[in-house]
Design a protein around this ligand. Structure first.
Ligand code: CUA
Length: 309
């Protein structure tokens, strides 16, 4: 069984938050335990017995009042200092241009690298390097949260934010939108793939170019035509073609992604066909309409989209 991500940090920033969580938990647990023990002791030791008079009160005990003011104040000051130190460690100042811009949409994430690559819902980063991400929103308030790599940050329309992200080991790290943003809030997953620098560079170079030459396959050519005629092009971009709409996820390298619909299903040809046939059945309320495609159209479209690598 794997640890919940909050307890398994993989960056200095996330580790600082995890440590603060543990420290706060220890302080609060100690207080809770002390109160429970004292209450239990008093309930037994000072319980009313038949014939006992009403207990005497002890008003105006200055020393007692000083103690019960000073101790909680000291605990709060301690927690404040720990929190302030964590904020500094988890959120270092921004000192350069961002490496990529992530925009929250209902209900998916768009990522644009400064080198020009555009992708959706899957973000690649190099291992062991601090990546500065600019966070924006295209519509309502979202919240970008990959708990193992960085703090949370709201994506607020018209008000960009910045976050440092880093991974100390290769791997996929799962994140999610953490601010309720409408009907498909739950399916606004983020997959951060951390990989060695050389692999990352290769990925970025590949991603910055259009998909390799379209296959000469007849079905793929028919699918490309369906893509234009069924107005997919009004929302989706495919680099290297004339389509550069930014309303919906760029499909430039769609076939390489692990999931569709921001994590709602996988990305096999069968999944893709399912999605094209009935997007509202797969992700109810999403902005992808049902285009009432025929089975041959779906097959051709899938063949075409699978060439986008
Ligand atoms: Cu986007 Cu919740």
């Amino acid at each position: 069984m794997s640890m919940p991500p909050v307890f398994d940090p993989h960056s200095p920033e996330a580790r600082a938050i995890s440590v603060l969580f543990a420290q706060t938990l220890v302080v609060c647990a100690a207080i809770g335990l002390l109160v429970a023990v004292l209450v239990g002791y008093c309930v037994v030791r000072f319980r009313a017995r038949p014939g006992d008079p009403a207990p005497a009160e002890n008003p105006g005990n200055k020393r007692l009042e000083a103690v019960w003011t000073a101790v909680p104040l000291g605990i709060l000051v301690l927690l404040f200092i720990l929190t302030a130190r964590t904020v500094g460690a988890a959120d270092p100042p921004v000192d350069r241009e961002p490496d990529l811009v992530v925009v929250g949409h209902q209900w998916w994430w768009e990522a644009t690298y400064k080198e020009g690559a555009v992708t959706a819902n899957e973000i690649h980063i190099p291992v062991g390097r601090k990546v500065l991400v600019r966070i924006e929103s295209a519509d309502v308030i979202h919240d970008f949260w990959v708990p193992q790599l960085a703090r949370k940050i709201d994506a607020i329309p018209g008000h960009p934010g910045f976050i440092w992200m880093e991974a100390d080991a290769p791997g996929p790290y799962v994140g999610t939108c953490a601010e309720y943003c409408g009907v498909e809030h739950a399916w606004m997953r983020i997959l951060v793939i951390a990989e060695p620098q050389a692999e990352f560079d290769a990925w970025l170079a590949h991603e910055s170019h259009p998909a390799s030459a379209l296959s000469s396959d007849e079905a793929a050519a028919r699918g490309a035509k369906v893509f234009q005629e069924k107005t997919c092009i009004n929302c989706h971009a495919v680099a290297g073609s004339a389509h550069d709409a930014r309303v919906a996820p760029s499909l430039t390298h769609l076939a390489e992604r692990k999931t569709l619909g921001a994590g709602v299903i996988g990305n096999t040809p069968a999944d893709l066909a399912h999605w094209l046939r009935d997007p509202q059945g797969v992700k109810q309320g999403c902005h992808m309409p049902n285009l009432n495609l025929t089975d041959p159209e779906v097959n051709d479209l899938v063949t075409y989209l699978e060439t986008l690598k």
